[in-house]
Write a protein that binds this ligand. Sequence first.
Ligand code: HEC
Length: 112
Amino acid sequence: MKRATVLVSALAALSCGPSGSSGESPTYCEINLIVEKKCQRCHTDSGDMDTPFNLESYDEVMDQVMAIELVIERGTMPMQVTMEPPVEPLTAAEKEAILDWIDAGTPQGDCE
Ligand code: HEC
């Protein structure tokens, strides 16, 4: 019983430690710029390809955040298809920013 309590509080400390403890985490404001450039070409109603969902707002990105983490880790998005102009992959820095943002608890920021 005691042990379980200790474990739970240790986990809580890990997942909600003071924000920015490991430097500045990006907010949705920065992530949105990447999504606009690298994802919205397809993930909108008028996109170049039919996609199962749009990525045009914080809420739409949040609905897919688990799947987004997976595709970033696996490197399967942006989908590599032959198009003109060519589909640009994410840079290492962009991938890192998205994963850091998810790790930090997807802060929305203040960019409106
Ligand atoms: C060239 C077009 C294109 C671009 C650019 C693109 N996607 Fe996709 N994406 C698709 C299509 C098409 C699907 C549907 C795939 C399917 O049904 O198999 C998809 C599906 C997904 C899925 C669902 C999981 C999956 O693998 O099917 C996620 C999550 C996703 N995209 C995230 C992203 C993110 C994040 C970006 C930007 C970093 C991005 N996509 C850029 C075309 C694109």
